[in-house]
Write a protein that binds this ligand. Structure first.
Ligand code: HEC
Length: 125
């Protein structure tokens, strides 16, 4: 009986330790995202329009809404907002998600996509 109690207590403590240190479910790794973002910088930066629109604050923003960037109608008229879900689909295959769009780049790994999205999320201001 005593042993069972001790084991239960140990299990509770262990669970608390594991949960306490686990990152929030689904959250990406922003510092790895920053490394991956170097691949985006052929066309994007946070604060200047380039081949692609500037990215600061893109998370939670309406697609195609940087005022001084000339988007394809596909993005401009998509009516979507950039969230975890829409960014993940966009970065998986932009042409499939918004046919006629003009971004020719994608990330194969779901983990990489989550990490880049986390990086963008943290570059809100
Ligand atoms: C080869 C150039 C290129 C690369 C590399 C690239 N993009 Fe793009 N991106 C574009 C272009 C061009 C657009 C505008 C698309 C349109 O208007 O159809 C765009 C649009 C976007 C948008 C929509 C922004 C808005 O204001 O609605 C997001 C988000 C985005 N890119 C994220 C990324 C991320 C993240 C990466 C790196 C993983 C990346 N892009 C890499 C060219 C690129």
């Amino acid at each position: 009986m005593k042993i069972a109690c001790a084991l239960t207590a140990a299990a509770v403590v262990l669970t608390a330790i594991v949960l306490g240190h686990a990152p929030a479910l689904g959250a990406g790794d922003a510092s790895h995202g920053e490394e991956l973002y170097q691949g985006c910088q052929d066309c994007h930066s946070l604060d200047t329009n380039d081949i692609g629109p500037k990215h600061r604050g893109v998370f939670g923003r309406k697609a195609g809404s940087v005022p001084d960037y000339s988007y394809s109608p596909a993005v401009k008229n998509s009516g979507i907002t950039w969230t975890d879900d829409t960014l993940d689909r966009w970065l998986t295959d932009p042409q499939k998600f918004l046919p006629g769009s003009r971004m020719f780049y994608h990330l194969d790994s779901a983990k990489d996509r989550a990490d880049v999205i986390e990086y963008l999320k943290q570059r809100a201001k």
